[in-house]
Design a protein around this ligand. Structure first.
Ligand code: PLP
Length: 404
């Protein structure tokens, strides 16, 4: 892994070299991704799909090439199944609207899990409120894993969709999505996988998983902000109504009514983020040049090393310790029985140049279940190394000494 590709890692924070361990919130960008953005605005910026002129054709070609690259990255059957959105949150909101219009009526049910990010809770709550439907959630066992037996009991003939995170953004645990998809499909219920925390860390193949929808964000994947993906199986996307009206998503507009464009354009109203899609493709190319085997092995090794170092410190409580994780560790520090507030730990770490996340991580129901005000979360990217973990552990020990 070439840290030199990531200029921001040379920044000084409070006079110290940055140790960036907040990758689950957003990842840093390699130089080629930044170059792609500058190149786009310097050489081929032009609105796509509408012009016969040269620049417009180049920009259109780049956007469509990016769509094909995304389809290949997640193993989709066709690039028509790739909808560009602003990110995971935007994708789930779009899906909640479209699916709600098509399928959800009074008394129907949607199932999420007890460890979801707010992005995979609130849009479904809003839909349920609109349609007088009911949101259910898969409960957690004591070890914070999903209670699959309870899930089986939740599935019934009113269930319209199951939507679950592939990897918990708080715990880093990899969820048994294969089993969830299989069980839901036995009852002909579609499944949406929130891949915000999995797609950046492991190969995700939508056809092998057989999920009906997959959502993720470009900015957690070494790409830019403002671009994300909603993948849907063609048979579903053909049936769903569009969620936004405007240019590009139409076939013909008459005062008597509008006919909609074909896939995927039906779901991309207005000028799309064609610079973002090209930069996302560049990020995916960058990752593929390193290769999944190397990235996964590196992150797994680093996560195990960090967990082992944390365990050696008195008073540390790691959540879902020892479970299979994808580059995320959440913990708290106790002084005897008393919790040291995660914000205090985070603030002292920051003063030593170490960036971690503290708080509820946009997953308040899970944090309530754990019964703490929040956690300290470290999360790794492909550029982190053992020196980062060592610097973090040393800074943490110093913080505990001050606060304890
Ligand atoms: N879902 C999960 C599991 C996440 O971790 C996040 C962001 O942290 C989101 C959804 C929302 O992603 P975004 O803010 O990029 O839309």
């Amino acid at each position: 892994m070439n840290r030199n590709d990531f200029p921001i890692l040379k920044e000084l924070v409070h006079g110290r070299e940055l140790v960036y361990l907040d990758n689950a919130a957003t990842s840093q960008k390699p130089q080629p991704v930044m170059d792609a953005i500058v190149e786009a605005y310097s050489h081929w910026n032009s609105n796509i799909h509408r012009g016969v002129h040269h620049l417009s054709q180049v920009a259109t070609m780049k956007h469509e090439e990016a769509r094909k690259a995304v389809a290949a990255f997640i193993g989709a059957e066709s690039s028509d199944e790739i909808i560009f959105t602003k990110g995971t949150t935007d994708s789930i909101n779009a899906l909640a609207f479209c699916l709600g219009e098509l399928l959800v009526h009074e008394g129907d049910e949607i199932i999420v899990s007890g460890l979801e990010h707010h992005s995979n809770i609130v849009p479904w709550q809003m839909l349920c409120e609109r349609k007088k439907a009911v949101l259910r959630h898969i409960p957690l066992r004591d070890d914070l894993s999903l209670d699959i037996e309870a899930f089986k009991g939740l599935l019934n003939d009113k269930t319209r969709l199951v939507s679950v995170a592939h990897v918990s953004n708080v715990l880093g645990t990899i969820q048994p999505v294969e089993e969830i998809i299989r069980l839901a499909h036995e009852s002909n219920i579609p499944v949406c996988i929130d891949g915000a925390q999995s797609v950046p860390h492991m190969p995700v193949d939508v056809q092998a998983l057989n999920c009906d929808f997959l959502v993720f964000s470009g900015h957690k994947l070494y790409g830019p902000t403002g671009i994300g993906v909603l993948y849907g199986k063609r048979e579903w996307l053909e049936k769903l109504p569009p969620h936004e009206g405007g240019g590009e998503m139409i076939n013909h507009v008459r005062w008597s009514g509008t006919s909609y464009n074909e896939l995927p354009y039906k779901f991309e109203a207005g000028t799309p983020n064609y610079v973002g899609s090209w930069a996302l493709k560049t990020a995916m190319d960058y990752m593929q040049a390193i290769g999944w085997d190397a990235m996964e092995a590196h992150e797994q090794e680093l996560t195990a090393y960090c967990e082992q170092q944390l365990r050696a410190i008195d008073g540390i409580r790691i959540y879902a310790a020892g479970q299979r994780k994808a580059g995320v560790i959440s913990f708290n520090v106790y002084n005897g029985k008393e919790l040291i507030h995660p914000f205090d730990i985070g603030t002292l770490l920051d003063q030593q140049g170490v960036a971690v996340r503290t708080g509820h991580h946009c997953a308040e129901p899970l944090i309530d279940e754990i019964g703490v005000p929040g956690t300290v979360r470290v999360s790794f990217g492909l550029y982190n190394d053992r020196a980062d973990v060592d610097a973090f552990i040393a800074a943490l020990q110093k913080s505990i000494a001050i606060l304890g």
